[in-house]
Design a binder for this molecule. Structure first.
Ligand SMILES: Nc1ncnc2c1ncn2[C@@H]1O[C@H](COP(=O)(O)OP(=O)(O)OP(=O)(O)O)[C@@H](O)[C@H]1O
Ligand SMILES: [Mg+2]
Length: 273
């Protein structure tokens, strides 16, 4: 049974859902009975202190980590145990914290890789039957270029990722995830290493994606999360301790306690002094 927060009445089939997900590493429970849903067009934030289980949850959602118990559903269909590349083919795209760009390829070609991956996994298979003609190649590159343009980095298309500052490399990784027009975009700590200004621009971008896709955002930076998320799920020690609208969650005593090391009655973690 979920112990914290309330689950709103479903208005539409969630794009993605996890139910009763538990993951253990040896004796350590990294996730315990986690339920969450991402609604169409929703930006769902997953937050929590260090070691709360956020990356583990992200890895489960991408298919990298198979849960010990629990189920995953994509558009209402069971996808528990489905491999990462097949989930990608269903319309789930992700960026990882290590950006995973190919330094020997131009920025443009790195983004084309995003289309290739989606194609190989069955997404867009009609368009991209191999071997490809030069016309197909041109279409892929045009599409990748349009995505770079949308993200404001078209001028860097012919450069190599290693020559770009970190914030721009992060944008390239985002372009690669967005280029196949996924239904769910999953971002693991997209704001790490960004300046305040870059973070604001990232926030505006995420907000603008809402019309086209759902977003799951695993993030440390509370400002970003509070600004862009429709709903939040808060993890602590692998459990969901709160869920709801950002403003509700921010004032939740259990969340304050988890972040500030004080208990719900205002005592600090060391006890009374
Ligand atoms: N592969 C693994 N083997 C053993 N323990 C792991 C593994 N991955 C994570 N853990 C442990 O599981 C718990 C949750 O880790 P996780 O990385 O999911 O937390 P997190 O919320 O992403 O933390 P952070 O904010 O520091 O990134 C931690 O106690 C961590 O040490
Ligand atoms: Mg993490």
């Amino acid at each position: 049974m979920p112990t914290a927060g309330t689950v709103p009445a479903a208005t539409a089939t969630p794009v993605f859902a996890m139910s009763g997900v538990t993951v253990t590493f040896g004796g350590l429970t990294a996730l315990s009975e986690v339920d969450l849903e991402v609604a169409p067009g929703q930006v769902l934030g997953v937050i929590g202190p260090n070691g709360a289980g956020k990356t583990t949850l992200f890895n489960v959602a991408c298919g990298f980590t198979r849960p010990d118990t629990g189920t995953l559903a994509w558009q209402g269909a069971d996808v528990t145990g489905v491999r990462p590349h097949r989930l990608a083919g269903l319309g789930i795209a992700r960026t990882l914290q290590g950006l995973g760009l190919f330094n020997g390829m131009t920025v443009l070609d790195n983004v084309v890789v995003g289309l290739d991956r989606a194609a190989r996994a069955g997404f867009w298979s009609g368009l991209l039957a191999l071997p490809r003609s030069s016309r197909d190649e041109r279409r892929l590159r045009e599409r990748a270029m349009a995505t770079l343009d949308e993200l404001g980095i078209a001028e860097h298309a012919r450069r190599y990722p290693g020559a770009l500052p970190y914030a721009l490399r992060k944008r390239v990784a985002l372009a690669r995830a967005l280029v196949a027009d996924p239904d769910l975009l999953m971002l693991d700590e997209p704001a790490s290493g960004l300046s305040e200004e870059e973070m604001e621009s990232l926030g505006a971008l995420i907000t603008s994606l809402r019309d086209r896709m759902s977003v799951m955002l695993v993030e440390h930076h509370m400002d970003l999360v509070m600004n862009v998320c429709d709903r939040l799920v808060v993890l602590d020690f692998g459990r969901v301790i709160a869920r709801g609208a950002p403003a509700e969650v921010r004032d939740d005593p259990a969340v304050l306690a988890a972040y500030l090391g004080v208990d719900a009655h205002g005592h600090d973690a060391e006890g009374d002094r």
